[in-house]
Design a protein. Structure first.
Length: 332
């Protein structure tokens, strides 16, 4: 067990809420809209440093001047976050910081109902999903992605200007090429690690011999920093006309294959759900291997979307982890 308790004040629709997590598995019961997901969101903020669905102004309870969340760990440590309408501060061992320190972050497997539709979702949704995983694998990935996104935003703002000097883009082009190549390399490496385990784990769930593969598609394949930079410079006029950067790893995608065919269209509803379960179990395995820590499992109302066999598989695979579940009905 990792977490002892969580306490919320003015967080979402909770004026005040307290949950004691005194068992390996904690169940949060309630109707839709009562704030169950908000509890998982608060836990995620205090273990990963930011929300998985909103910014702080959206989180603070309507009419309130602040929100505060506190997480108590079984080892006696406490982490708190307070947002006063302008600034958010984390408090770790009585020391305030603007960001949650990397050493205080804890690996988390987050399972949302929307994840079950990942295969048919947009490329942007799949990038967001895998970025959330990869930032836990490696601090370098998290840092490079943050710097890439900031550089991309700055370049796009310049491209929207009616009059633009090409030379003013150079520094941003340089940063995008540097971090773009780094991110591409890590994404390729991590997807290869997923593929080494995914089929075996899927077959253990589905009890068959089907093959699963994730294809990482990127415009940056085989590019060096220099060739990436050259491509950005070549696209200057087109990008200025469009008002945004048309080339780069921010267009990457991850395609799922089921027996050598695109899973979106060839895999049944049940097979798709088994693929996503296998993805989650692979994620947990890799996090444990890389960080030597069993991740905390947050399951947001996914049991209602699974049949009895897949529910049992979910329980069995995460039985040695601390699990916090939200549901509209009791779970046996």
């Amino acid at each position: 067990m990792i977490i002892k308790s969580i306490h919320l004040v003015n967080f979402r629709n909770h004026q005040e809420y307290h949950l004691d997590c005194d068992k390996e598995t904690s169940l949060i019961l309630g109707e839709n809209g009562c704030g169950k997901t908000s509890v998982l969101e608060a836990i995620y903020i205090l273990t990963r440093g930011k929300s998985f669905r909103a910014t702080d102004p959206d989180i603070i309870k309507r009419g309130a001047e602040f929100y505060r969340i506190e997480l108590n760990f079984v080892n006696g440590e406490q982490i708190a976050a307070t947002y006063d309408g302008k600034t958010k501060n984390f408090t770790v061992v009585d020391k305030k910081t603007k960001r949650l320190p990397s050493k205080n972050k804890y690996p988390v497997i987050l399972f949302l109902p929307s994840d079950l539709n990942l295969i048919s979702h947009s490329p942007g949704r799949r990038r967001e999903y895998f970025d959330r995983i990869f930032t836990q694998f490696n601090n370098k990935y998290s840092s490079s992605l943050s710097k890439y996104e900031k550089a991309l935003k700055q370049r796009n703002e310049l491209l929207k200007k009616e009059i633009l000097n090409k030379d003013s883009l150079f520094s941003w082009n340089l940063l995008l090429s540097q971090y773009g190549v780094e991110i591409h390399k890590l994404r390729k490496e991590y997807i290869e690690e997923f593929n080494q385990k995914l089929t075996h784990i899927y077959q253990s769930i589905a009890k068959n011999k089907d093959d699963i593969l994730i294809e990482y598609k990127s415009e940056a394949n085989s590019l060096t920093t220099d060739t990436y930079l050259r491509k950005l410079e070549e696209d200057y006029q087109k990008d200025h006309y469009l008002g945004h950067t048309s080339f780069g790893i921010h267009h990457d995608d991850y395609l799922f294959y089921f027996n050598n065919k695109l899973a979106n269209g060839s895999a049944s509803r049940g097979e798709t759900r088994s693929i996503i379960l296998a993805l989650k179990f692979t994620e947990a395995t890799l996090l444990n291997e890389k960080l030597n820590q069993k991740p905390l499992i947050l399951l947001d109302d996914v049991f209602s979307e699974l049949d009895e066999t897949r529910r049992r598989s979910l329980i069995d695979n995460f039985k040695n982890h601390q699990v916090i579940i939200t549901s509209v009905e009791s779970i046996d």
